[in-house]
Design a protein around this ligand. Structure first.
Ligand code: TXE
Length: 479
């Protein structure tokens, strides 16, 4: 099946007629092609967005809200079709796409459709000077949204929904590895009555299509989620052009377990926070630190539970772990397991590819637990982004805090304890943007979302996203 660009409300082939293969990770076969869009396609998308901007930016909030909520409803009505497409394109279990990815993509549109009706700006009376200031929050114009392959529609819409809610027009590019649900979204936008040109979707490689978006002199803001290296490259290109930038990058998140936690709840959630989506979530807790007094018990119970996870074809309901997203990514993750072995770490379970009957060329890997001797080894410092976690014991709060922060990333952290004072102390000292206490990935879309250090700059979510997608302009009136 060939995917087309969605520009000015219409589906189009790329001008150059260049295409890229799209693989099904569950069987390793090519099942379609996507445009490798060039600068010229991005320019067409930009022109469509620019022409629509004066009208869309003046559309009432009620009207924008109505359209966004309608998109959300149509996504829900098409849940099965979208979940199947996402699972086939990405390799994730159909159960996960049905329960999480597509419902959350729908929530993104509903949430920002409602949030924009509550978004307001400030006014400041300058007392003693007979002056009043008011701040306009104006849409930026044409903005670029670039998203990754791990949660394809979920992260694509996490950017697009606030961008258009705030009155911008968008040139968006999904990952070339998982383009399918973004492609299907075009029809839904038309059906919901989104004016043509508000959202334009160009498909293609990062180095061609993505590069054309970030280099475009009149695309004034870039919202990007993806790898840290790509983020650094985008910052280098965009900074001299003074573009507004939001970068949500990689993570190497600590999962810190104290002996006084609710053990069973912790154990179950830790299996999820380690291996959901084959461990390909930037928020996965890939470094697990356990208080020494319960280390041996945890190690035994955790290994036992993880061994029960079923690796299988994504379309089967009983599958817990589907396929990794690509051959190249599978090789990267396998290579990290080799690195761990060469560092004298111990593979407690997993570590090998899985041959799924009937789908022998798919990209399957066992969920893998690695016991490390030091937190400073490579497997504990670099982002693997697969079904691989490390475990090691700690003795004191001070020790574990040091290890939690001794890493270049700073996205999220999880702490398991019933000691309230400890949670308050540690939350202040851990260098991350998001902390979960006694839970994981419990999301409230109003909260700021993003990281520090090599995990990026800027915050998405709630009014933070609406602030990012608007420019503040102050007006001072003397009376
Ligand atoms: O991501 P890329 P990759 C991490 C994870 C993974 C690593 C690399 O560790 O192994 O990043 O993954 C587009 N200009 N994460 O290489 O390349 C690209 O087309 C503009 C963490 O697959 O960063 C895609 O749409 N755009 C992450 C998007 O960037 C460019 C999720 C992300 O792809 C571009 C994914 C360029 N020059 C991977 N080059 C998370 N934070 O959740 C690429 N792109």
């Amino acid at each position: 099946m060939n995917i087309q660009n969605y520009i000015n409300g219409k589906f189009e082939n790329p001008i150059s007629n260049e295409w890229v293969d799209n693989y099904n990770p569950a069987n390793g076969e090519v099942y379609g092609q996507i445009p490798n869009s060039s600068k010229a396609d991005v320019e067409n998308a930009y022109i469509a967005a620019k022409s629509e901007f004066p009208s869309w930016s003046q559309t009432t909030l009620e009207e924008r809200s109505k359209i966004l909520v309608k998109i959300s409803e149509l996504l829900e009505a098409n849940l099965e079709r979208f979940a199947e497409a996402e699972s086939k394109d990405n390799g994730k279990p159909i159960s996960l796409a049905t329960a999480v990815d597509i419902p959350r993509a729908a929530s993104n549109f509903r949430f920002f459709g409602n949030a924009i009706t509550q978004f307001s700006s400030e006014s400041h009376e300058t007392i003693g000077q007979n002056a009043i200031n008011y701040t306009l929050r104006q849409p930026i114009g044409v903005v670029g949204c670039i998203s990754p392959w791990n949660l394809p529609l979920y992260l694509f819409t996490w950017k697009i929904a606030p961008a258009i809610a705030a009155g911008n027009c968008v040139v968006a590019k999904p990952s070339e590895i998982t383009p399918m649900t973004a492609y299907l979204l075009g029809d839904i936008c038309n059906e919901a009555g989104l004016p043509k040109g508000v959202l334009n979707i160009v498909h293609g490689l990062g180095s061609t299509t993505g590069q054309a978006i970030i280099e475009h002199p009149d695309i004034r803001a870039i919202s990007f989620t993806g790898g840290t290296e790509t983020g650094a490259h985008i910052a280098k290109v965009a900074a001299p052009m003074f573009k507004k930038l939001s970068l949500e990058l990689g993570g190497k998140n600590p999962n810190i377990i104290f002996a006084d936690c609710d053990y069973n709840d912790m154990l179950e959630t830790t299996v999820r926070s380690s291996f959901s989506n084959q461990g390909q979530i930037c928020l996965c807790g890939s470094r697990i630190f356990i208080e020494a007094s319960i280390y041996n018990k945890f190690k035994k119970d955790f290994v036992e539970k993880v061994k029960q996870l079923r690796v299988g074809h994504p379309s089967e309901k009983s599958t817990n772990i589907g396929a990794l997203v690509s051959k190249q990514h599978l090789e990267k993750v396998k290579n990290y397991i080799e690195i761990a072995k060469s560092e004298n770490s111990i593979i407690l379970c997993g570590g090998n590819e899985v041959s799924v009957k009937g789908y022998e060329n798919g990209y399957y890997l066992q969920p893998t637990i690695i016991e490390v001797k030091t937190d400073l080894c490579r497997i504990n410092q670099e982002e693997v982004f697969g079904p691989v976690v490390t475990i090691m014991p700690f003795n004191t709060e001070e020790d574990v805090l040091k290890m939690a922060n001794q890493v270049k990333y700073g996205l999220s952290a999880t702490i398991w304890t019933n000691d309230l004072k400890r949670t308050m102390r540690m939350s202040k000292l851990i260098e991350v943007g998001i902390i979960w206490i006694n839970t994981w990935m419990l999301r409230d879309l109003r909260t700021p979302f993003g990281g520090v250090k090599a995990s990026g700059i800027g915050r998405e979510g709630g009014f933070e996203a609406l602030r990012f997608f608007t420019e503040a302009k102050n007006v001072c009136i003397k009376y």
